[in-house]
Design a binder for this molecule. Structure first.
Ligand SMILES: [Zn+2]
Length: 58
């Protein structure tokens, strides 16, 4: 079990996700997760926000 941040592919998940960026609501194929924390999902346009989650920067 690694503590490295991981990026998820939507194909691995059962349910489709929606971009978490406020006011966006597009389909979110890019998932970001840290160990023991909920994953975050963003569309192509906002996936850089997911990278910030992994980096610990808001
Ligand atoms: Zn978005």
């Amino acid at each position: 079990m690694s503590d490295e941040p991981i990026k998820l592919a939507e194909g691995m998940m059962a349910a489709p996700h929606v971009c978490e960026f406020e006011g966006c609501g597009k389909r979110a194929p890019f998932g970001f997760a840290k160990p023991r924390q909920p994953s975050h999902w963003f569309c192509f346009e906002h996936r850089e926000h997911g990278d910030r989650y992994l980096a610990g920067v808001r």
